[in-house]
Design a binder for this molecule. Structure first.
Ligand SMILES: Nc1ncnc2c1ncn2[C@@H]1O[C@H](COP(=O)(O)OP(=O)(O)O)[C@@H](O)[C@H]1O
Ligand SMILES: [Mg+2]
Length: 277
């Protein structure tokens, strides 16, 4: 009996394993599919986008190798995850997990929708949508690994911990656990990059409840190069604010739309080389 495809996403295919030693577990296949947009008939790859526009040969193997490196690193720190083992250059066996989801309370109301999942962003330095939302903050100020929780859907929406608790999506204890876990993993990832002279500005993780056993919440999905914003070098002052932001960071605002860019930012295709075999 062959494995059953249960989900085909923007970057991975998920199979349920039906036989052999890993029967009942999931097999994640990292594909070469890449998101982006079409500009004047030309494909432009952009990991920040949500539409698959083509393939980048070798992308899946690179992502799988990168994720494997970090899941194994978490093991050395005794941080549990869904990771079991990597079985080929682009395939990983994982524990099945349930998303942090919620059914609609009253689906008979048109427009009601389930909470599909949550995403956790964490931020070392103030940039990206954090700075665009809070432009009173100095760009690249140390924001001490603040965690933001988003509902995952057609449009990701920031959700407060009070709303998560009130709606029953997570208990107060679960929220504390999720935030502490995300910060612990973020620090390990940040240190690993720092040891290679790279500064992680921010990143994003997905958590899930392990389907078997005690249902505890662990990191799932992947630790992906595409969701880490990374700069070459870091020159912090005593409170951890980057001291070269004046030279590195460029902000603008036109018609109410803000943008923030960093000259020192390193593209995923370049920083993954620091984690090659
Ligand atoms: N251990 C797991 N158990 C169940 N689902 C998982 C697990 N790890 C990752 N997933 C899910 O598998 C999918 C991975 O495919 P991906 O291409 O990243 O999807 P997406 O397009 O939604 O980002 C995601 O929906 C993710 O939530
Ligand atoms: Mg994904």
């Amino acid at each position: 009996m062959s494995d059953t495809l249960i989900y085909s996403g923007k970057s991975k295919d998920v199979f349920k394993i039906n036989q052999g030693p890993h029967s009942g577990k999931f097999r994640l296949v990292f594909t070469d599919k890449a998101t982006g947009y079409i500009d004047n008939g030309k494909v432009v790859f952009d990991p920040g986008r949500d539409v698959v526009v083509g393939e980048i040969p070798g992308k899946g193997a690179i992502a799988c190798h990168f994720a494997t490196h970090f899941f194994k690193l978490l093991q050395t720190h005794d941080i549990p995850s869904h990771y079991i083992e990597t079985i080929s250059e682009n395939e990983m066996i994982v524990e099945p997990a349930l998303p942090l989801s919620l059914a609609p309370e009253m689906a008979t109301f048109p427009g009601s929708e389930p909470l599909a999942n949550l995403e956790f962003t964490w931020r070392n330095s103030a940039t990206g949508s954090f700075w665009r939302r809070y432009p009173f903050v100095k760009p690249c100020r140390n924001v001490n690994c603040v965690v933001e929780i988003w509902t995952k859907g057609a449009i990701d929406t920031l959700i407060t911990t009070e709303a998560l608790q009130e709606t029953g999506a997570l208990t107060a204890a679960e929220i504390r656990h999720c935030v502490t876990l995300v910060q612990a993993i973020a620090r390990i990832v940040t240190e690993e990059f720092a040891s290679r002279g790279l500064h992680v500005l921010d990143g994003k993780f997905e958590l899930g409840r392990l389907a078997g056993g005690d249902g505890r919440i662990v990191i799932i999905d992947e630790i992906s190069p595409d969701v880490l914003r990374v700069c070459d070098g870091y020159a912090p002052d005593a409170r951890g604010d980057c001291t070269i932001t004046g030279e590195c960071t460029r902000t603008s605002c036109s018609e109410g739309r803000r943008s923030i860019k960093h000259r020192r930012q390193v593209a995923p295709t370049d920083f993954v080389n620091a984690f090659r075999r």
